[in-house]
Design a protein around this ligand. Sequence first.
Ligand code: PLP
Length: 366
Amino acid sequence: MQIPTDELSQLAEDGLLRSLRPLGPSHLPFVNLGGRELLNFSSNDYLGLSRHPALIEAATKALTDHGTGAASSRLVCGSLTLFHELEEHIAHGKKTEAALTFANGYATAMGTIPALVGKDDTIVLDKLAHACLIDAARLSGATLRVFPHNDLTKLEKLLNSSKGRTLIITESVFSMDGDLCPLAEIIKLKEKTGALLLLDEAHAIGVLGPTGQGLAEELGLQARVDFQMGTFGKALGSAGGYLAASREWIDLLINKARSFIYSTAPPPAQVAANLAALSLLSSQEGMELRSRLLAHCSRLESPTPIVPRIIGENADAIAVSEALLEKGLLIPAIRYPTVPRGTARLRITLSAAHTTTHLDRLLQEI
Ligand SMILES: *Cc1c(COP(=O)(O)O)cnc(C)c1O
């Protein structure tokens, strides 16, 4: 058979079939799904920046100045100064010598991790790490060792028995659980054993830290993280990925990261929006947006804007999500393989674009 009917029906039988729901023009905190306006508790636009006039203005100007596309990889036609400006701004915020940007966070992981380690090396990865970190770790050819989520004892054991260059990979805020990694303790272990650390701040940038740079900034540990990775697609409101590190590592990535070398540079308008978002982060307005978001988090007794409600079975999680949809709230059900089997859940995400009235409704309905 040349058509995947069996695979699709198996997915349906397991309650794991996914499909796309057409989305109309939407403006957070609302979402227009199938012609209905719902309150959106599923967006990663934690600060509501995707509609911010400063980002739209910067992107519009870049469209006028540079057109819609970058036309080639940055190593071919030349590298637009806008990218360099952005990378300097990122490095400044991360307190590193340099940074490199990619089309998105996924491409950042796929390009960087296989450039940092290879077949004689070891990757030590948190069990709940994001799919792109797992895929990139596999692609690298390094020996892959996985430690149970945030388990420092097991992490230390793996570090003590690793071969070659050793890279620890973890996240500051876990995307489906909303909890934090024990960063200070991980850094102590890394330094004790001479390993390197890649910290994915995808859900922490914009949210944590005095200037919104993430968990490493919040804990004053930026200088002790070798590779600070993140995305512009979540709290920063547009798209793009970055890795910040020392100059030599970044020079190596420019020469080795295949998703950087063999892919058309992101549209200049995206880069301009990224720059505007970074400027906003450290401004008074950025601080106000962050404190409003964190006030919402405290109301849900969560350390971060990702609030999971574990349900268990796939069908149950879908039923609860559908019931909330009927009441006008969009809160998606998250299933295997995004989360482990038997831990299907609702994933509520909060944004500074919500008001306390929206939070009241959420609390009342769940
Ligand atoms: C979303 C996410 C990514 C991917 O970033 P994109 O810019 O969306 O490709 C990487 N890591 C983590 C932890 C994420 O949650």
